[in-house]
Design a protein around this ligand. Structure first.
Ligand code: G1P
Length: 293
């Protein structure tokens, strides 16, 4: 019997330098895609996968804003209720239950592996998810729910993966793969940000993970890897061969909201999914397209 995946770690300590000056006072995860901050999409995906506890690994500056966003604000609710009860429903929509959000500071920005390691005490000895809110996923069923289902079958580690053009491998964790049925691939090796000519494949890790708690021991012992950082990829690589480990192609679309172009694509992609704005936005895009041709 595998243990239920109940907790998710969300590293949100980055400074969002690519989005300056928007991120001077506003944490990157609070930037909206249409009308919801990025962090809400991550939490909604977690809840759809059965996650009950969300652990944000924060920097000191962004923690108060994140906490404020997830706290019920009684005065705001009362004000909105007097105006229009539908607004209160919007405010509460997707809000995680009280007590489900926890914050832990990262202290020093030493890399993704280090950030995940900061959540060790709060996760304890059970399998858990990692969600990188910058990677906005639009898949049905939601990506993390698919991964949890695989974990329940295999009892092992699962990472979400997608193919990228070879020249882009230096931006990602890259898999060396064994048996592959086109959806699920056995992980034989993992390398962080290899140069294209050294990459073992073009199948790359995107920001969703279901990991066994043993990863914390490997993070604790990890040396600095690519970019001088403590890499989650290196700690995960140590678990290969000791427990089942799979890459899962979750289908749907992934928007890299850590980049400016991915962020704008996400606005358009999610705008087009909204029935209230779809037609108008489509018209606008068509007209803009012909204007620039
Ligand atoms: C991180 C991981 C990398 C993964 C990527 C997905 O890199 O280290 O393995 O492929 O997220 O978005 P970062 O984007 O933080 O450089």
């Amino acid at each position: 019997m595998t243990r239920k995946v109940r907790k998710a770690v969300l590293p949100v300590a980055g400074l969002g330098t690519r989005f300056l000056p928007a991120t001077k006072a506003v944490p990157k995860e609070m930037l909206p895609i249409v009308d919801r901050p990025l962090i809400d999409y991550a939490v909604a995906e977690g809840r759809a996968a059965g996650i009950e506890t969300f652990i944000f690994v924060t920097n000191q500056r962004n923690e108060p804003t994140l906490r404020a966003h997830f706290d019920m604000v009684a005065t705001l609710e009362a004000e909105l209720a007097a105006k229009d009860p539908a607004l209160v429903r919007r405010l509460r929509d997707g809000e995680p239950p009280k007590g489900s959000i926890h914050c832990v500071p990262q202290g020093q920005p030493l890399g993704l592996g280090h950030a995940v390691g900061c959540a060790r005490d709060l996760v304890g000895d059970e399998p858990f998810a990692v969600i990188l809110p910058d990677d906005l996923m639009d898949a049905a069923p939601p990506a993390l729910a698919q991964m949890v289902a695989v974990h329940e079958r295999t009892g092992g580690n699962v990472v979400a993966v997608e193919e990228v053009p070879r020249e882009l491998t230096r931006r990602y964790g890259v898999l060396d793969i064994g048996a592959d049925d086109g959806i699920m691939a056995e992980v034989k090796g993992l390398v962080e940000k290899p140069e294209p000519e050294k990459a073992p494949s073009t199948l790359t890790v995107i920001g969703r993970y279901v990991l066994l708690p043993e990863v914390f021991e490997h993070i604790a012992k990890a040396e600095r890897g690519a970019g001088g950082e403590i890499q989650l990829t290196d700690a995960m690589a140590k678990m290969i061969g000791r427990a089942p480990f799979h890459g899962l192609r979750c289908g749907g679309r992934r928007f890299d909201c850590g980049s400016r172009i991915g962020f704008v694509e996400a606005q358009v992609g999610f705008g087009l999914k909204d029935p209230d704005m779809r037609d108008r936005l489509m018209q606008f895009l068509r007209a803009s397209g012909s204007e620039w041709e």
